[in-house]
Design a binder for this molecule. Structure first.
Ligand code: GLU
Length: 470
C-alpha cells in the first residue's frame, strides 16, 4: 500500500480554536494508524490577514499538545511563490487560466443584476475568451473552470458528493497585488507534499471541487478527502478564529487545562472510551467509521470534567511536570519544591478542576495569612481552648513518623469532652489556612504544612491575643 501522508494546514489569521486542534489530531492519528506521515503547512499567502505571531502560537500549541509533525520542516506557502509562478505560467500557456481586467465597479454591477434576477452571483466570463492587454491595466488571473459536467468525489465520511461545474466560478488564482489565493495554493501544495488524504473541516467541502478542477487541469493526481463535521459554539454557530466565539486553546492552557484533557475531550466526541488515552492508544483505536456525520456542540463543562479526571488519574509525576511548567509560565515567583508540590497535588486533585485551581486552593501554604481579628476575638478569649490548642500543637510536634494517619490519631486522642469537635476544627482551619470552606481534612492540612509552618501558624495566637488585649 502507498504510504499515507496527511497534513494540518492552518492559516495564521488568528489563534487556533478547539475545532482546528481536532483536525490536527485526527490527521495525525489517521496517518500514524497506517505508519504514515503527518506534515505541517502554514497557509500564509494573505499578507494582510496573516500574522507571524499566530505562526508561533500554532507551533507552541502543537508542541504543547505533542501533536508532533514529521519531517521537522514546516512548509510555508509564502516561500513557494516560484513554484506557484511556474504552475500558473504553464496554465496560462495551456489556456487553463486567463487575465481579467474587469474593475470592481463592473464586477459589483454584474453581481447586483444577478442578485436582482435571483441568479447565484458569479463572474460573467467577459474576459474569458479575449486577448487581454495587461500592459496598462490592473489585472487578476482567473481559473478557466470547465463550463459543463460534474465534479464527483467520494468523501470518506460523507460518501459521494457531486457538484455541477456550472455552479462553480472562474475564481481568481492571482490577485491584483500578486498574492495567490487559497484554492490554487492548496491544490499545488497537497500535490507537491504527496498528501494522500486531506482531512479538514466540512466547511471546506465547497472548496474541494475547485481544487479538484485545478488538479485535473494540470493532470495531477486527486487525493482522498475526509471532511470532518464542525464543532459549534453553544448557539450552534461556527467557531471562527476572528470572532469572540472561538474556543481559544491558549485560554484553556492559561487556566491549567492539561494536554491530555484537550485531546481526550476531542477524541471522545467520536470514540466513546471510558479510560484516558494517550496518543499511542488513540492511534490504535482510531477509525474513520466512528466519526459522526453531525456537528458537535462544544461543552466546556465536559472539558473541565475530563481535565479533573485526568489530573486525578494520571501518574502524579506527569501532573508534577505540568504544574512545574505551568508555574514557570504563569506564576513565575512561586517557588515550591517537588515534595511539597506532590503533596499539594495529591490532596488537592480531588477538589480542583484545573492546575490553577490546585494552586489557588492551596495558596495558604505558601502565602502569608491575613488574620481576621474579629473572628478570633471570641474564640481566643477562651483561655481553656487556647491552652488546649497549644497542648495539641505540642503533641503533634512530637510525632516521629510524619503522616496524615498519625496526625489524625494524635488529634483524636487529644480531644476531650470539654470541647466541641467542630469548634476545634474550625479554629484550626482558620489559623492554618485562613479559610473555613473548601479545605481538605485538617490532618491533611497539617501534614502538607509540615511541623515548622504548622507550629508558626499556631504561635500566631500569641501575637493576636496581645493585639486584642486578651
Ligand atoms: N488553511 C485552511 C484553514 O485554516 C485549511 C485548508 C485545508 O485544510 O485545506 O481553514
Amino acid at each position: 500500500m502507498k504510504k499515507i501522508i496527511t497534513r494540518f494546514a492552518p492559516s495564521p489569521t488568528g489563534k487556533l480554536h478547539i475545532g482546528n486542534i481536532r483536525i490536527a489530531l485526527y490527521s495525525l492519528l489517521f496517518a500514524k494508524k497506517f505508519n504514515g506521515k503527518f506534515l505541517l503547512r502554514i497557509e500564509n499567502t494573505n499578507k494582510l490577514k496573516c500574522n507571524d505571531k499566530y505562526i508561533l502560537d500554532i507551533i507552541n500549541i502543537m508542541k504543547w499538545l505533542k501533536l508532533n509533525w514529521d519531517n521537522k520542516k514546516i512548509i510555508f506557502q509564502s516561500e513557494r511563490y516560484n513554484r506557484y509562478n511556474y504552475i500558473l505560467n504553464k496554465m496560462l500557456y495551456n489556456n487553463k487560466a486567463y487575465y481579467c481586467i474587469c474593475n470592481k465597479d463592473k464586477l459589483n454591477n454584474t453581481k447586483k443584476i444577478q442578485i436582482s434576477n435571483k441568479i447565484k452571483p458569479k463572474y460573467d466570463l467577459s474576459c474569458r475568451n479575449k486577448n487581454i492587454n495587461i500592459l496598462h491595466n490592473k489585472y487578476v488571473i482567473r481559473f478557466k473552470n470547465p463550463l459543463n459536467g460534474n465534479v464527483i468525489f467520494n468523501d470518506l465520511i460523507f460518501d459521494k458528493i457531486i457538484f455541477n461545474n456550472n455552479e462553480l466560478d472562474d475564481f481568481i488564482i492571482k490577485k491584483t497585488n500578486g498574492e495567490y489565493t487559497y484554492n490554487f495554493c492548496v491544490a499545488i501544495d497537497d500535490n507537491d507534499m504527496k498528501i494522500t488524504h486531506i482531512i479538514r473541516g466540512n466547511d471546506h467541502i465547497s472548496n474541494t471541487p475547485k481544487q479538484i478542477n485545478i488538479l485535473k487541469s494540470i493532470n495531477l493526481k486527486i487525493p482522498n478527502y475526509i471532511h470532518i463535521p464542525l464543532i459549534l459554539d453553544k448557539n450552534k454557530n461556527k467557531l471562527s478564529k476572528n470572532s469572540d466565539n472561538y474556543i481559544d486553546i491558549f485560554e484553556y492552557k492559561k487556566i491549567g487545562i492539561i494536554p491530555e484533557a484537550i485531546l481526550n475531550y476531542l477524541f471522545n466526541l467520536d470514540f466513546n472510551k471510558k479510560n484516558i488515552l494517550f496518543i499511542d492508544d488513540m492511534i490504535k483505536n482510531f477509525s474513520l467509521k466512528n466519526i459522526n456525520k453531525s456537528s458537535n456542540i462544544f461543552d466546556e463543562k465536559r472539558l473541565f470534567w475530563i481535565n479533573k479526571i485526568c489530573i486525578i488519574n494520571l501518574n502524579v509525576s506527569i501532573i508534577l511536570k505540568y504544574i512545574k511548567k505551568y508555574i514557570k509560565e504563569y506564576k513565575l515567583n512561586l517557588k515550591l519544591n517537588n515534595k511539597l508540590l506532590i503533596n499539594i497535588i495529591n490532596v488537592y486533585k480531588y477538589r480542583s478542576n484545573t492546575l490553577n485551581e490546585i494552586l489557588e486552593n492551596s495558596n495558604y501554604i505558601y502565602n502569608e495569612l491575613l488574620i481576621n481579628k474579629e473572628y478570633f476575638f471570641n474564640k481566643l478569649n477562651n483561655t481553656k481552648l487556647v491552652r488546649f490548642i497549644f497542648n495539641l500543637k505540642k503533641n503533634i510536634l512530637k510525632i516521629k513518623d510524619w503522616n496524615e494517619y498519625n496526625i489524625k490519631n494524635t488529634i483524636n486522642n487529644s480531644i476531650n469532652k470539654d470541647f466541641i469537635l467542630k469548634d476545634i476544627y474550625e479554629l484550626l482551619r482558620i489559623l492554618l489556612t485562613g479559610k473555613i470552606n473548601n479545605t481538605p481534612e485538617i490532618s491533611n492540612i497539617i501534614y502538607i504544612l509540615g511541623k515548622k509552618k504548622f507550629s508558626l501558624r499556631i504561635n500566631k495566637i500569641k501575637s493576636v491575643r496581645e493585639d486584642l488585649n486578651l
